[in-house]
Design a protein around this ligand. Sequence first.
Ligand SMILES: C[S@@+](CC[C@H](N)C(=O)[O-])C[C@H]1O[C@@H](n2cnc3c(N)ncnc32)[C@H](O)[C@@H]1O
Length: 339
Amino acid sequence: MFEALTPVSDMLTRNLDILSRQPLLVCGLLEDGLPGLLAEAGPAPRVFTTDFRYFQWQQAQGLADIEFGTSPAPGTAAGLLLLMPKAKAEAEYLLAACLPLLAAGAPVFIAGDNKGGVKSAPKLLAPYCEQVNKLDSARRASLYQAELTTLPAPFGLADWVSRYPLEEEQLQICALPGVFSAAHLDSGSRLLLKTITSLKGRVLDFGCGAGVIGASLLKRNADMTLECIDINALALEASRTTLAENRLDAKVYPSDGLSQVSGKFNHIITNPPFHAGLKTFYHTTETLLSSAADYLLPGGSLILVANAFLPYPELIEKSFGHCETLAATGKFKIYRARR
Ligand SMILES: C[S@@+](CC[C@H](N)C(=O)[O-])C[C@H]1O[C@@H](n2cnc3c(N)ncnc32)[C@H](O)[C@@H]1O
């Protein structure tokens, strides 16, 4: 899945002499074996990722110095390479989390796809660097370089938590940059929460994001225990914060699909990952639909919301032998299948 070199990394291979002069802290949109290329060209980088799937893949490759979490562990780094993430707010967050590891004068690089917001690199670096230069541009990707001149304040995760109220539920939903639906309840999730009001037993919130589905159900249902999984460290932390601030208790842990889940559930509930054009997201949901029955107790159910146009009913029928449509709007449908 991460085998092919992205156009951004391809462009970076032309700049390995500069990039590998010092051991870099590398973070952001990591989607290939770039850390290995850097390690071949010079000192091995330290890699920090918020993506559990990438973390597991790099660990399997034997890359020792990779961390998964919300911010890199304290320490020092001789320079930073930020691969521009999809959301600008996430780039700001990653700079704030990683730059405190650098000393004044250390090099800071930002690389990314021209269509992915890399052009905002000078603006993003303005609070930290006096001058930002464009070092290279090829294959629709660009590389910017700067020198750290203004030492950043120590990083505090709490400063990055945003909140919105869910009035009907009397809940406060907490999110972090880049987390799905960070500023308001997604309309698909809203329909799911309107359709499914009571659940009992062991429940899994698959792809929990800011924890809105799990926290809402837990608040309404005393006879329920909750587990929340996501691939993204910032989503997991947002869910933990949402649960804690609303005095709710659940087990929250990273998992790529159902890979880290053990035992069987009474219900698996989800607004699953989707993104037109990104094959991996369909793959995650397709795998969930075909394997969920193995993770359900007899009589247990898989309940999901999906865009009405997605071909999920056929996949659910193939795996469960049936698929109920519990609710439908022009845009979304709620499906349920029982084991
Ligand atoms: C559509 S969002 C739903 C978030 C939240 N449940 C809500 O309703 O607002 C899907 C979530 O799935 C997560 N996700 C993506 N790929 C995943 C995977 N392979 N395994 C687990 N979670 C994944 C994303 O990080 C995202 O938080």
